[in-house]
Design a protein around this ligand. Structure first.
Ligand SMILES: [Zn+2]
Length: 218
């Protein structure tokens, strides 16, 4: 399946799963060391087609692959996609969603601590929440890069979530995991304070994950 087709399928799947609604959220896939495909601006996920997918380089320029067709505008949030690909050569795909539970937690501006061992799927001992900045800005992009330092996913305050992967299915899978963790953490917070694993306990999980679950570390 072509990468354009995979990107369209991923956008549709996120909508079908209820992780995205309307035209919020966006996703992208790397096609070479310095180019990526990103979903278009202001198009509902279910209406994204291969023709509306936009190709960009890491300089932030739109690459016109078919001059006869009217070129769609890239997602207004293309900057953090570009900057993540620039900084992390191992990232092959990025999913950004405004899913209900991750977004709710982001509005509380809470990191997700090691309340459950699966927090380690994010690559570290917690999943950080990046401070708030206006969508589409360099400021937000810089905050995202800091929150993703040593991590594969993060929350964005009063906004949503970003999950990265070696490919689109990896990034979509991680976004589903993080949404589930956000839901579980919110349920815990609604009745009390969950017990947090010790740094030694979560480091043991990270070591096990690096042995058999994290393809980037193989
Ligand atoms: Zn967004």
């Amino acid at each position: 399946m072509s990468l354009k087709r995979q990107l369209v399928e991923a956008a549709h799947e996120l909508d079908r799963r209820g992780l995205n609604r309307g035209s919020s959220g966006n996703c992208s896939v790397r096609i070479s060391a310095d180019r990526f495909l990103v979903t278009p601006s202001a198009v509902p996920s279910l209406e994204v087609t291969q023709e509306s997918i936009v190709c960009m380089n890491l300089g932030g320029d739109v690459i016109e692959d078919s001059p006869n067709l009217q070129q769609a505008e890239p997602s207004s949030e293309w900057r953090f996609h570009r900057d993540i690909y620039r900084k992390h050569s191992g990232v092959g795909a990025i999913v950004h969603i405004h899913s209900t539970f991750a977004t709710s937690l982001s509005c509380l501006r809470r990191d997700i601590p090691a309340f459950h061992y699966m927090v380690a799927v994010g690559g570290g001992t917690d999943i950080r929440c990046a401070p708030y900045a206006t969508f589409g800005t360099d400021e937000l992009s810089n905050l995202v890069l800091q929150a993703l330092d040593g991590r594969r996913a993060c929350l964005l305050a009063n906004h949503g979530m970003i999950a990265t992967g070696v490919n689109l299915s990896d990034a979509v899978r991680l976004s589903i995991e993080v949404e589930a963790l956000a839901q579980q953490f919110l349920v815990c917070l609604s009745v009390g304070q969950p017990s947090i694993l010790t740094s030694e306990e979560i480091r043991q999980v990270l070591a096990k994950f690096s042995n058999y679950q994290n393809p980037r570390q193989k």
